[in-house]
Design a protein around this ligand. Structure first.
Ligand code: NAI
Length: 359
């Protein structure tokens, strides 16, 4: 009998009405009866903060922890030390920065993701966010809801994506798919910054150029999209110093992780006009506090904000994929079968991926 603990987001009425919201506590990734039929114990909760939370109570003796990046159960080194039986952490989705990966390596706790499960979902969201910033969509829609009609007020900051330079920080599964999806827009150039080079045929297929220096890349871009994992080398990467190197009036889209961009530096750059817009769905703490500056920050003419809650990777299509992937990982674990190599972030005592930093 294995104790499995899952920290998921609360779905409320929506999850009762929509059973395909599998990532919510109400629908429990669709695996409760399957787990219980095998005699396993399954604890599911959204209560994750503080010493009396379900997360902290049950982590002490759970063997398997399932979390999602959307409502992250932050598995800190402290909690890892308190966990007596923990052997496997599964991220239902992609992105395991909410887990102290170094501490897991030291303790021999494996960390797996459902690699690829929502990369198309996110890439589509990035393309949408680029368009809504460049075309000044949000203020235009707000104007209509207010009952106003003043074309010049929104057209004064609306552009075409055609002819612009777009660069991605990180060109893995999502970054590559973003550039691939931008091809029909006839951008001037598609650039990428990544310590891993793309295979020559992959780079050629999308006509993308690698720029070896990040400052040099951002200086050439009208639009920068962030698509690398959060780790020691990317925390606070887009900070006041780097922002100085951006083209004045550039747009930023970050669906990777909030903490890759310095929250105050971004708000200040938007206010000063150094950047014209910022959009994404990831925040340095989730749920984001009510007074988080990114909720309400605006450029000098009242636009440039495309922020939403963390949902780009949890479309109903994505949820079906990451729920099935989580079940497969558990099945392999219970039966002792080997795991899909691409899903393994931390194997037994070592990193199995290069995506979380050059080590
Ligand atoms: P991936 O592992 O396929 O690609 C990540 C790429 O980033 C790799 O090519 C890696 O070499 C590169 N990278 C790592 N550190 C870098 C650095 N310092 N500078 C430049 N490049 C660097 O991962 P994938 O599937 O593309 O996902 C990327 C990230 O997107 C995830 O780690 C996660 O944080 C985020 N994500 C967000 C979702 C959402 O719902 N908003 C859903 C899924 C992923």
């Amino acid at each position: 009998m294995v104790k499995v603990l899952a920290i998921l987001y609360r779905g409320g009425e929506a999850a009762k009405q929509e059973p395909r919201l599998l990532g919510a506590i109400e629908n429990q990734l669709g695996i409760r009866s399957w787990l219980e039929a095998q005699g396993h114990e399954f604890i599911v909760s959204d209560d994750k903060e503080g010493p009396n939370s379900d997360f902290q109570k049950h982590i002490v003796d759970a063997e398997v922890l399932i979390t999602t990046p959307f409502h992250p159960g932050y598995l800190t080194r402290d909690l890892i030390e308190k966990s007596k039986n923990l052997k496997l952490c599964v991220t239902a989705g992609v992105g395991s920065d909410h887990v102290d990966l170094n501490a897991c390596v030291e303790r021999g706790i494996q960390v797996l993701e459902v690699t690829g499960s929502n990369v198309v979902s996110v890439a589509e969201h990035v393309v949408m966010s680029i368009l809504l910033l460049v075309r000044n969509f949000v203020p235009a829609h707000e104007m209509i809801e207010r009952g106003d009609w003043m074309v010049s007020e929104v057209a004064r900051n609306a552009y075409d994506l055609e002819g612009k330079v777009v660069g991605t920080i990180g060109c893995g599964r999502i970054g590559y798919r973003v550039l691939q999806r931008l091809m029909p827009f006839n951008c001037k150039e598609l650039l990428y910054f990544d310590y891993a080079d793309l295979p020559a045929d992959a780079a050629k297929a999308i006509n993308a150029r690698r720029v070896a220096d990040l400052k040099e890349m951002v200086a050439q871009c009208d639009i920068v999209t962030v698509n690398c994992p959060l780790h020691e080398g990317t925390r606070g990467l887009v900070n006041a110093e780097l922002l100085k190197h951006f083209k004045k009036g550039a747009w930023i889209v970050n669906t990777a992780r909030g903490a890759i961009c310095d929250k105050d530096a971004i708000a200040a750059a938007l206010k000063s006009g150094q950047i014209n817009g910022y959009a994404g769905d990831v925040w340095n703490v989730q749920p984001a506090p009510k007074d988080h500056p990114w909720r309400t920050m605006k450029n000098s003419i009242g636009g440039g904000n495309g922020m939403v809650p963390h949902y780009s990777g949890t479309t109903l299509d994505a949820q079906a994929r990451y729920a099935a992937g989580t079940k497969q990982i558990l099945e392999n674990y219970f039966s002792g079968k080997s795991q899909e190599p691409a899903n393994v972030i931390v194997g037994k005592g070592k990193f199995e991926t290069k995506a979380y930093g050059q080590r």
